[in-house]
Design a protein around this ligand. Structure first.
Ligand code: MEV
Length: 446
């Protein structure tokens, strides 16, 4: 088949079955009936629910399921939570639960919201003398605010809106390049649409006012773009756990509390200073964070992009968590920007996002920031605890064995025998297949 045959216009107009039929003709090699049946088996039986899922995205042919689990025993700022987590990686929910349980009797998680300010920019070019742009900009400040008052009045009623508007000249990036930097408070909403709408309006007002104010070439402000920034270093939460070293208890492999504290602290120190380790370390943090962010209908790509940029804010990519040992107290903390919301967007559209928020007691955005940061810290604690005691593979392989057994549709009895058999053996796909083949042949022989 020529690659031209694989091109199509009007794909989005096709119905689901037509879309699948077209894909089958041009891309799939498996049995068309089986492929269609498999895609269709994941369609929602409730038409209204299916329409909702189709409405969230485009060109949908089916739904891609993800496991929805919960991590109980999260004591955060004195309140107990059962935290919803949507994630495909086995062991993440178990690790978060285990981290939460560990700290449950040691004071739990403590958090502090530093600020919830988010920013966006109108990026523009202007050829004139910079001082003239600053003069002009001061003269239109009130017009900018007035021009968006219909958009901001509701947010202002809730205590939010446009906080500051600043003109920034950036000749170091390019001669004639400026930004209008705007700070926003969006209360319980993530506020992306609100921010972008205000910024686009600012861009239009800027252009229009410049044309009336300046003469000649200076009349033309070239607005390049107007968009929020996903880098939100001020929308910041801190979470920490702490306890005297002797209260840490004992650890597997006869590791004492003191030895554990030393190794744990060293592990965090390494992640603070070595970017190879920091990347994996932060990935572990985002295992916990993304799972809650997804479960609550927030944008995990924005959270990840911002978190990694924040981790590199001094020029070196570092761990987002820190550890100190002072006066015999181990303190483990995280500082992370989290621009998330509990109203608007998917939080209200996706029924399970709504249930997640209900499970958390319908928190404010600030409370959700505390929960998400604590989930990241719990996850990180559990991962590093495993790394410096038993090693990570022991727990991972237990989960891996489960997955392989599911792949081979193992019965409960077969699972029981397999778990016992592999308790002291290396687990691999081949080893499990051989074990089951052998076990099943013996069953038949008997
Ligand atoms: C695996 O998904 C995450 C870990 O690698 C994190 C870490 O190494 O800290 C276990």
């Amino acid at each position: 088949m020529r690659s031209k045959d694989k091109m199509i216009s009007g794909f989005s107009k096709l119905g689901k079955r037509e879309k699948i039929a077209w894909l089958l003709k041009h891309f799939f090699t498996s049995n068309p009936i089986e492929v269609t049946r498999e895609f269709a088996s994941f369609w929602h039986t409730n038409e209204e629910a299916q329409n909702m899922f189709d409405g969230i995205s485009e060109n949908t042919i089916t739904n891609f399921y993800m496991p929805f689990g919960v991590a109980p025993n999260f004591l955060i700022d004195g309140k107990l939570y059962c935290v919803p987590m949507v994630i495909e990686e086995s062991s993440v929910v178990a690790a978060a639960s285990s981290g939460a349980k560990f700290w449950l009797n040691r004071g739990g998680f403590h958090t502090d919201i530093v600020s919830t300010i988010k920013s966006g920019h109108v990026h523009f070019m202007w050829p004139g003398e910079p001082y003239k742009m600053f003069q002009f900009f001061d003269s239109i400040r009130a017009d900018l605010r007035f021009g968006v008052k219909d958009m901001t009045c509701n947010m202002e009623k809730r205590g939010g809106g446009v906080k500051t508007i600043e003109l920034v000249h950036c000749p170091e990036i390019e001669e004639g390049y400026y930004q209008i930097k705007v700070d926003f408070e969006t209360c319980d909403a993530m506020g992306a649409n609100f921010i972008n709408s205000v910024l686009e309006e600012f861009g239009s007002i800027l252009k229009e006012k410049a044309e009336a104010y300046f003469e000649g070439e200076d009349k033309v402000v070239n607005v390049i773009m107007a968009i929020l920034s996903n880098y939100t270093p001020e929308c910041l939460v801190r979470a920490w756990v702490e306890c005297p070293i002797e209260e840490l208890g004992n650890f597997p492999n006869d590791i004492s509390a003191k030895e554990f504290a030393y190794k744990f602290n060293q592990a965090i120190h390494i992640a603070r200073n070595d970017h190879f380790r920091a990347t994996t370390h932060n990935k572990g943090i985002f295992n916990g964070i993304d799972a809650v962010v997804i479960a609550t209908g927030n944008d995990f790509r924005a959270i990840e992009a911002c978190g990694h940029a924040y981790a590199a804010r001094d020029g070196q990519y570092r761990s987002l968590s820190q550890c100190t040992i002072e006066d015999g107290i181990l303190r483990f903390s995280i500082e992370i920007p989290l621009a998330i919301g509990t109203i608007g967007g998917l939080t209200k559209i996706h029924p399970l996002a709504r249930r997640s928020l209900e499970l958390l007691g319908n928190p404010s955005a600030e409370e959700l920031m505390s929960i998400v940061a604590s989930a990241g810290l719990a996850q990180n604690f559990a991962a590093v605890r495993s790394l410096v005691t038993t090693g990570i593979q022991k727990g991972h392989m237990k989960m891996h064995l489960n997955n392989i057994l599911s792949h081979f549709a193992a019965t409960p009895k077969e699972r029981e025998y397999a778990v016992a058999h592999f308790s002291d053996k290396l687990i691999s796909f081949t080893a499990v297949r051989e074990f089951l083949t052998e076990y099943r042949s013996q069953q038949i022989a008997w």
